[in-house]
Design a protein around this ligand. Structure first.
Ligand SMILES: Cc1cc2nc3c(=O)[nH]c(=O)nc-3n(C[C@H](O)[C@H](O)[C@H](O)COP(=O)(O)OP(=O)(O)OC[C@H]3O[C@@H](n4cnc5c(N)ncnc54)[C@H](O)[C@@H]3O)c2cc1C
Length: 767
């Protein structure tokens, strides 16, 4: 126990994270560790000293303001402070060049070894058995579905494995045929000799994270512990292809302090008394990176009964909370909090070792980067592209990456540099996105949505299976399309998808890009007992969305009028110019529109035909950011932001998609909530037009008390209103009610709107 990375970790435990639910889990760790000594009767070295995040720029301070809102919305404290307040609590700091900072009173550090031993003692007290010094060297699936693990001569059998093998997690996953995109990187910190100024102090110094200079700093004994993130970073065991030798458990790498020079210079600037301090020791260990720097947890898709909890940059801070979440996942089938942002299913087969390595080298030196809304990564791209990738770039597309796919975020008009300049205020792309949205609503727009997840479900029980996992009745007639929700046993929303009866005994299902592996895992877990086959056809099938009042005219002119007699939520095989495709009359923008599905081989021909003819019909290219804002106005909810396992159809206002005529997973929970005011409800808010945009997590208040938080925000370009969607207390969800939204630490007026804001009678959608 503790061999690997834990024994030598610096032990810092903080709550700050860009993801509210990760902050909540980290706060749980903090409280668990702090109370552990009393619970198990042994010391764990918990020091709750509070901590500052330092801001050297106004932009950084703005990020802290954004985070302060998030903290407030989940009930955590996070106070914005000026340089004077920082100096008062940490007199050794030179604060003259600081803009300010954020104070988290709950932060602290622990002795990771003692905490592990404390947790183990707690586990034993509750009947847990721990076998030490056994290395699992083989894992085999038994015919019963259980696992057999071997450790040398010893054999163990179990139902569920949790792979928490730290920097060996990749190797352990390989034992069951799975691959994890983990990169192990070297990371060093130094501990100084005792410092006179600290010896003379009567209190312990708070923790410091100087985010703009990328280092952490805290008191260790009567000295300091200095942890800079290296610009010139190294993959661990690079000469061994990055694979950790099994013997490395209690070892460290050789110190390489030269690589810390830049970071140390910044620390010495901040703490002038360090100039007289000697360095007592250095620690150079390995730290595991996933491609986005967040942990990887949950059931590994395609390997039932095999969970993972690895890829921790901050495994000490996160360990307690993740332990709680994993236990819920195993015992209840899901975690209480939505953890899709750290779920291992967000990575798929497309995440190669080299992709993961490039990402780790990009992320490590900017560990405390300023996380603007919609920020995109630079490395590991392009990876998955559609045949029209270059055509879209030539038309000014600014690409983002989603589940490995390059997909257009927005289009820069001629004379505008196709490049994101992110901001918490209105970023450089704001008005261009507005132009796309408005032009689509007045004429027609084309979007490349080929990255959407696509499944073909076939076999004798295909319909019965989809009826079991979907809340809406599966379309029995060929050419019919429905929107269904997938719910868990508590009625929590696993996801939503469109199902088309393909007319050949099979069904075609379409869901969000980022949800592909989540949906695949959910379907695989529930297909047992049904004679049905699930095929992920995403990579071979292209999709173009064509929408707007002039879309029918455009498509008719290319198909000899095939789009005239074409009711909403139906499908047809059509020929558009030279290309045969399947058209589905559905719309995410709320305008008259179709999705055109064809093979990737035909994608370019279809795109060329539509764009050449489109000139006559006012066609514009539309990126995912415009679509994201159009859907807000239409009251459509987004997977991962509004649609999560934390909420039910009743709370999300989606009961109309839940059948009362058939059984399905989650039905009992849905039925029990009918007619009942849910504790929280999803609403659209019209926000003060002068306010900065909401990006998510901003607290919603009524009479000064927090009643919920924002999940998505943006401009309603058709109605000309600033919009936000969010959760508020069910009792407060009254149309017309005045509320407030706290954005970047300023309070702005808002009003609960009647949903949807755009086209409430569906005249345009059904037109
Ligand atoms: C220098 C440094 C400083 C750090 N500072 C901090 C910090 O201040 N705060 C923080 O939150 N995080 C910090 N971290 C990160 C933190 O150390 C890790 O995130 C955390 O320790 C990971 O814990 P883990 O349990 O996942 O992995 P490990 O601690 O590596 O544990 C993995 C365990 O799996 C066992 N194992 C592996 N393979 C097998 C097998 N085949 N059979 C049986 N057992 C196996 C190992 O023996 C080991 O016990 C730091 C990391 C480094 C390198």
């Amino acid at each position: 126990m503790t061999s690997g990375a834990t024994w030598h970790a610096a032990g810092n435990v903080h709550t700050q994270s860009a993801h509210a639910n990760l902050s909540a889990l980290q706060a749980y760790s903090l409280r668990l560790y702090d109370g552990l000594a009393d619970e198990v009767g042994q010391e764990v070295g918990s020091h709750v000293v509070g901590g500052f995040f330092l801001a050297q720029t106004k932009e950084r301070m703005e990020e802290f303001k954004h985070l302060a809102g998030k903290f407030r919305s989940i009930g955590l404290e996070y106070e914005l402070v000026g340089p004077g307040e920082i100096k008062a609590k940490h007199p050794l700091l030179d604060v003259t060049d600081l803009e300010g900072g954020a104070w988290d009173p709950e932060e602290g550090y622990v002795d990771p070894y003692s905490v592990t031993m404390g947790l183990a003692a707690g586990a034993r007290m509750r009947g847990g058995a721990i076998k030490l010094n056994r290395r699992v060297d083989g894992i085999v699936r038994l015919p019963s579905g259980h696992w057999r693990l071997t450790a040398g001569e010893e054999v163990f059998e179990c139902e569920i494995i949790v792979n928490c093998a730290g920097f060996w997690a990749g190797e352990v996953a390989e034992m069951v045929g799975a691959r994890l995109p983990i990169t192990n990187m070297e990371h060093q910190y130094l501990v100084t000799e005792d410092i006179r100024e600290i010896e003379e102090m009567d209190h312990e110094l708070p923790m410091i994270r100087d985010t703009d200079s990328q280092y952490y700093l805290r008191q260790e004994g009567k000295g300091l512990l200095l942890g800079p993130w290296e610009l010139d970073c190294r993959r661990a065991w690079d000469r061994l292809g990055g694979r950790a030798p099994w013997s490395f458990g209690e070892e460290l790498f050789e110190d390489d302090w030269g690589r810390l020079e830049e970071g140390l210079a910044a620390i010495f600037h901040r703490v002038p008394c360090l100039e007289a301090a000697g360095i007592k020791r250095g620690v150079n260990g390995a730290i595991s990176f996933s491609p986005d720097g967040r942990p990887m947890v949950g059931p590994v898709p395609g390997v039932p009964g095999f969970f993972v909890a690895c890829g921790f940059l901050g495994g000490i801070a996160q360990g307690g909370g993740i332990g709680l979440a994993m236990s819920q996942w195993i015992l209840d089938g899901e975690s209480e909090l939505d953890l899709s942002f750290i779920d291992v299913a967000r990575f798929g087969d497309w995440t190669t070792g080299e992709f993961a390595r490039e990402r780790a080298h990009e992320i490590l030196p900017i560990r405390y980067e300023l996380i603007y809304p919609g920020i995109e990564r630079r490395t590991g791209r392009p990876l998955k592209t559609t045949p029209i990738h270059c055509d879209l770039l030539a038309r000014g597309a600014v690409m983002g990456q989603a589940y490995g796919w390059e997909r257009p975020l927005w289009y820069a008009p001629e004379g505008v540099e196709p490049k994101d300049e992110p901001s918490f205020q209105r970023p450089n792309w704001w008005e261009h996105v507005g132009h796309e949205a408005k032009a689509m609503a007045e004429g027609c727009g084309l979007s490349d949505i080929s990255s959407h997840g696509k499944f073909r479900v076939s076999g004798p029980d295909a319909e019965a299976f989809l009826d079991r996992i979907g809340s809406a009745k599966c379309p029995a007639k060929a050419g019919k399309v429905v929107l269904t929700l997938m719910l868990n046993g508590r009625g929590g929303i696993v996801g939503d998808m469109t199902i088309e009866n393909a007319g050949d005994g099979g069904f075609f299902c379409v869901g969000p890009t980022l949800a592909v592996a989540f949906y695949q895992r959910w379907m695989d877990e529930h297909v047992g007992g049904f004679d049905a086959r699930i095929e992920n056809v995403t990579d071979g099938a292209a999709v173009l969305g064509v929408a707007g009042p002039k879309s029918r005219g455009l498509l008719n002119s290319l198909s000899g009028g095939a789009f005239d007699d074409f009711p909403f939520m139906t499908s047809k095989v059509v020929e558009i110019d030279r290309v045969r495709c399947k058209a589905l009359r559905v719309s995410f923008s709320g305008e008259l529109g179709w999705e055109l599905h064809c093979s990737m081989a035909n994608h370019k021909a279809l795109f060329d035909a539509i764009t050449v003819e489109g000139g006559e019909h006012g066609l514009v290219l539309v990126g995912s950011r415009a679509m994201g804002m159009l859907r807000l106005e239409k009251g459509y909810r987004g997977w991962g932001s509004e649609l999560t396992t934390e909420v039910t159809p009743r709370a999300a206002g989606l009961e109309r998609f839940c059948s009362t005529k058939k059984d399905y997973i989650g039905r009992a929970a849905v039925d029990s909530q009918r007619g009942v005011t849910p504790p929280k409800r999803l609403v659209t808010l019209e926000v003060d037009p002068a306010a900065p945009p909401c990006w998510g997590t901003e607290p919603i208040l009524k009479d000064g008390r927090v009643i919920g938080h924002v999940t998505s925000g943006g401009m309603g370009w058709r109605c000309g209103k600033m919009l936000a969607v969010g959760w508020i207390n069910g009792a407060d969800a009254v149309v017309g009610a005045d509320v407030e939204v706290r954005i970047l630490e300023e309070t702005h007026g808002a009003r609960v709107a009647a949903d949807p804001v755009h086209d409430p009678n569906n005249a345009k959608l059904l037109g």
